[in-house]
Write a protein that binds this ligand. Structure first.
Ligand code: PXG
Length: 291
């Protein structure tokens, strides 16, 4: 496996950065998770826009233009001879001292690109549907650490994931500070009620899979709403599913012990999954492994 590290390809064992890197010391950085499907990097420009927007707010200067970053990602896929991959792009503030003052990071941001395979959930869960719970850890407040930022500080989500795992679940619903449904630890959430698709309008990451599903629903004359959502509405929905680059679309059949709809992946969920599997082979930046 070859890892992109600040413009060079290095073996996995040699892909190291300093212990004074502020991404390591403080989670001070940004990341993206992207997928490539059969030589097509899905929605690459949307992922790059989000990465550069997170860096902008964190005031981290990425030493590559978006075009250069795109080329670095494609080069990493080629170096690893991968047409299908999960791509992780990591940008840290770089090396500083032991204080958290970002002004001490005088060098360049560190950039790492890893291309690998990922299967987030067991295959049978995609067929049977997943059971999830709501956990006590509240999603970060937008005016504390905005969930729109895909920063390296994922402890809010990890604490929620630990609570889910401790109770024997793979994924958890996180509520916002007002008690409304925000999202899951690494996925956005959708419900369908009487043919209308809804997803939370606030307190969540603006997921690229989420946006894609909303576009697909719209194209197929399904009514889509972004709105405030309560747990009760999730419990009494006809269908529920989660979306994310790593997870793609995964049906949910039970939430906090309440059976959703018929207790199996819903018809509209399966239809949207079919459309999603088509669009991921159509939209994005194409590359080939030929020299
Ligand atoms: N919400 C959160 C909090 C996420 O981290 C999504 C939604 C989905 O966004 P996209 O743009 O991918 O549709 C994410 C991204 C993991 C893992 O191991 C999950 C993500 C990122 C990194 C790791 O579960 N999901």
């Amino acid at each position: 496996m070859k890892i992109y590290l600040n413009g060079k390809f290095v073996a996995k064992e040699d892909a190291r950065i300093s212990v004074f890197d502020h991404g390591f010391l403080y989670g001070d950085g940004a990341f993206e998770g992207i997928r490539s499907y059969d030589g097509l990097v899905f929605k690459l420009s949307e992922h790059l826009d989000r990465l550069y927007e997170t860096a902008h707010t964190l005031m981290i200067k990425i030493p590559l233009s978006k075009e250069e970053m795109q080329a670095a990602i494609i080069d990493t896929l080629k170096a690893n001879r991968l047409l299908d991959a999960y791509i992780r792009v990591i940008v840290t503030r770089g090396e500083g001292d032991l204080g958290l003052d970002p002004r001490k990071c005088k060098g360049k941001a560190n950039i790492v690109i890893i291309t690998d395979k990922i299967t987030l959930y067991p295959v049978e869960l995609y067929k049977k549907g997943m059971e999830i719970i709501t956990v006590p850890t509240v999603r970060n407040l937008p005016d504390a650490l905005n969930p729109q930022l895909k920063s390296l500080n994922y402890l809010n989500n990890i604490l929620a994931k630990i609570e889910a795992n401790n109770s024997g679940f793979n994924e958890a619903i996180m509520l916002d500070h007002q008690g409304y449904v925000a999202e899951c630890t690494g996925d956005n959430i959708f419900i369908i009620k009487k043919g209308v698709l809804s997803t939370p309008s606030q307190g969540r990451l603006k997921g690229i899979t989420r946006d894609t599903v909303m576009e697909l629903a719209d194209l197929n004359q399904l009514k889509v709403e972004e709105r405030i959502m309560t747990r009760h509405e999730v419990y009494v929905s006809d269908e529920c599913f989660l979306t994310g680059t790593a997870a793609e679309i995964i049906p949910v059949v039970k939430v906090d012990g309440r059976v959703i709809g018929e207790g199996q992946p819903g018809k509209i969920t399966l239809k949207l999954t079919k459309f999603f599997n088509q669009v991921t082979r159509k939209e994005g930046v194409r590359f080939s492994l030929d020299k």
